[in-house]
Design a protein around this ligand. Structure first.
Ligand SMILES: [Cu+2]
Length: 140
């Protein structure tokens, strides 16, 4: 066994160990959840359970009614994340209306991406992306 071969092997191992990433620094942030495509439904349901909304991120058609169902043993609420956001109608309820076994429904009448949150639980939030119908007849 020659010493040169050994050196080359060590060099290759070191290169492999530190060169894997290639160019650029990979992000360490957790990507947002992939939205669940629920277009084509007039009513959809979001499960509020274990202090999470599930699915936390959805895509729906304009005009779809979303029901947030509380399947926990504690109360939750649903509020928009930013006051400046217009959901197309008053959005959000107070805690007393959304206790265990209860639900809250809201019909999204405006296209856009709407972030909401449960103000009781810090990590309990979600996003509803509302899309206008793809092939709408021309309005003349
Ligand atoms: Cu909550």
């Amino acid at each position: 066994m020659s010493r040169t071969v050994l050196c080359v092997l060590v060099a290759l191992v070191l290169l492999a160990a530190c060169g894997g990433g290639g160019s650029g620094s990979s992000s360490n942030t957790i990507p947002p959840p992939i939205p669940v495509d629920l277009r084509g439904h007039t009513r959809v349901e979001i499960d509020a359970h274990a202090n999470r909304f599930n699915p936390a991120s959805i895509i729906i058609d304009e005009g779809t009614t979303v029901t947030f169902k509380n399947n926990d043993s504690i109360s939750h609420n649903v509020h928009k994340s930013a006051d400046a956001v217009d959901f197309g109608a008053p959005f959000g309820i107070d805690t007393a209306d959304f206790g265990p076994g209860q639900s809250y429904s809201f019909t999204f009448t405006k296209p856009g991406t709407f972030a909401y949150t449960c103000t009781i639980h810090a990590l309990m939030d979600g996003t509803v992306k509302v899309e206008a119908p793809a092939a709408s007849p021309p309005t003349t």
